[in-house]
Design a protein around this ligand. Structure first.
Ligand code: OXD
Ligand code: MN
Length: 586
């Protein structure tokens, strides 16, 4: 008798009509076969074998370089279950419409069946997914980004406990591109794109959109969070999860080389993008990184911003839409040197500065996580790591101070819910527009965000030792338009304050938005920063916050009656705290 996996694969093959169906085993030989297939396809190139062994450059179709949020749908039976921040399609109508695009889409191609585990192989928090795809680039990327093939088959056996995802490149026409999620069925369909976030279905589609639904149903959390461990001089490691929107520095923070290393503070990487968390027997929320690799933004990455990842990228790495030097080495803006003569841009053209950026602003590297010198010895521990702090953050030129701590869990959930950030190149659309992005999950929550806030509030009641909640902003600018804070390795100074607050220490001042470091609260030795800049970085400007209160009110109004009462209450309390400060100053 056919197993549930075979039954699903047979149905998928009946629809897409591939010439052949190949079950992937996850072996090195299979990886090399995929690479050979990519090289034959003409859009991939081997890089310099001496300096970048086993590294390849892939050029995607120029109209397929980022996540396409406007073509991403949640297909719940009831539109309200998708909520006002998601695109919605009726599940039947979606299957009809996109089924027609998938019908025969794999003719002349091979369907690769990729069984994969999200999370460490033996972790009870991990889950199995299966992606059927006609893209060798996707298979090769899944080799790096997940534990796949035989290990996943062994875990799955004959069980039906897996999330199926059907992916076809289709004809790569954005007019026929859809990324569909069926949250009730726990099914994914993606057609018309080969871009990572749209096509590596284990990542955003499963590990966030579908998993967020499962997490609410089953009492755990699936979040768009990096996971790091901060080691203190006594050798103790305190783990933190941080949610920032796409391309706001999660990877750099997770892999940071600490500016306070000589004082004994060091950062260990557990994950750089996604955290799955369950309450452990010790009362802490325990986090695993469901992924096995980093799919990071290349431009802006260099020895100054992320030396650990630069060390990791010299072998076994797939680069997408970066530029290439005459020595066949990858190159991008911000790598640290001037563009060399003879550079070929991401489109494969001879580059000169009149052609704009040489690498696409959302060019990526896909690299095994274990290659990072900063990888935590605990990163594959089946029990996950206990989380002591959550950090929310965004890209804000004004408004949010460098760091502040919430008054309590409910207030922290509200801080996450009103998070906003200036948009980046990780998704198609305008760059630099401020948008509300609650918990950095706006593009990734598989259900109504009002219910998602409710789930956070419920979790707060269930976790015996809940993480403390903070907010950071590395991107605040002064009147001269320059960043006030140096960022990168210096961010450890902020993590140190967070650690101290978790331990009940750390000098702070209470403000209407929460606790901000006192002027002497941060460890600043060895850093050149003026008192004025520090004051501005830590200031809470009531005019900015009035505008923030008004804008967030409009955002929350979208959810109508479904918005949890606690969020409305927190909004009112924040407004009242500002009023009290204003009255006292009169
Ligand atoms: C990512 C994203 O690729 O958030 O991680 O876009
Ligand atoms: Mn991300």
């Amino acid at each position: 008798m056919a197993t549930p996996l075979e039954t699903w694969v047979n149905e998928a093959a009946l629809l897409t009509k591939p010439d052949a169906v190949v079950y992937c085993d996850g072996s090195e030989a299979e990886y090399q076969r995929m690479i050979a297939e990519m090289l034959r396809g003409g859009d991939s190139y081997a890089l310099n074998e001496k300096t970048f062994p086993n590294c390849y450059l892939h050029r995607s179709s120029p109209n397929d370089v980022a996540r396409t949020e406007h073509l991403t749908y949640i297909c719940s039976s009831d539109k309200d279950d998708a909520g006002p921040t998601n695109n919605w399609m009726d599940p039947g109508a979606a299957k009809h419409k996109v089924g027609a695009l998938l019908d025969g889409a794999m003719r002349g191609r091979t369907m690769y069946v990729v069984p994969y585990i999200m999370g460490p192989v033996n972790s009870p928090i991990s889950k199995v997914g299966v992606e059927a795809t006609d893209s060798p680039y996707v298979v090769a990327s899944m080799h790096i980004m997940s534990r796949m093939g035989k290990v996943a088959m062994d875990r799955l056996g004959t069980s039906n406990d897996f999330v199926p995802g059907l992916h076809s490149l289709g004809d790569l026409d954005p007019m026929r591109r859809y990324i569909l999620h069926f949250p009730e069925e726990k099914l994914i369909w993606s057609v018309g794109s080969g871009y990572g976030g749209n096509a590596l279905l284990g990542k955003k589609c499963f590990a966030l959109r579908i998993a967020s639904v499962m997490a609410r149903e089953q009492g755990w959390m699936a979040e768009h969070m990096l996971i790091l461990g901060l080691e203190s001089p006594d050798g103790k490691v305190t783990y933190m999860g941080a949610a920032f929107p796409s391309a706001c520095g999660k990877t750099n923070l997770a892999m940071m080389v600490s500016a306070l290393e000589s004082q004994g503070y060091r950062v260990w990487t557990v994950g750089d993008d996604i955290a799955w968390m369950k309450i452990g027997d010790d009362g802490y929320l325990h986090a695993i990184n469901p992924e096995a690799g980093f799919f990071g933004v290349a431009p802006g990455t260099g020895m100054r911003t992320n030396p650990n990842v630069m060390a990791a990228l010299h072998k076994n790495t797939l680069f997408t839409n970066v530029a290439m030097t005459p020595e066949r080495e990858p190159w991008w803006e911000g790598i640290g040197d001037e563009p060399p003569a003879g550079l070929i841009n991401w489109k494969g053209e001879k580059w000169d500065s009149s052609k704009g950026a040489a690498a696409h602003p959302n060019a990526r590297y896909t690299v095994p996580a274990q290659q990072s010198p900063s990888i935590s010895p605990k990163w594959e521990g089946p029990e996950g790591v206990p989380i002591s702090a959550f950090i929310f953050g965004g890209r804000r030129a004004r408004v949010a101070p460098l760091v502040y701590e919430s008054l309590d869990w409910q207030n922290g959930v509200f801080i996450g819910a009103m998070m906003a950030s200036e948009t980046t190149a990780a998704a198609t659309g305008d760059v630099g527009i401020t948008r509300r992005d609650p918990m950095a999950m706006l593009p990734f929550c598989g259900y109504n965000m009002a219910d998602y806030f409710g789930h956070w509030l419920e979790m707060g009641k269930k976790i015996p030792k809940p993480p403390k909640i903070f907010h950071v902003n590395w991107f605040r600018k002064g009147a001269d338009g320059k960043f006030l804070w140096p960022g990168y390795g210096e961010n450890v100074r902020v993590l140190k304050w967070i650690l101290e607050r978790v331990e009940g220490r750390g000098a702070a001042q209470e403000t209407p938005i929460g606790y901000v470091p006192a002027m002497n609260g941060l460890t600043l030795d060895g850093l050149k920063i003026s008192d004025e800049a520090l004051k501005e970085l830590l200031s809470v400007n009531s005019e900015d916050w009035d505008a923030e209160l008004e804008d967030s009110k409009q955002f929350f109004a979208k959810f109508g009656e479904r918005l949890p009462r606690e969020i409305r209450e927190e909004h009112e309390k924040l407004a009242r705290r500002f009023e009290r400060v204003a009255n006292a100053a009169r």
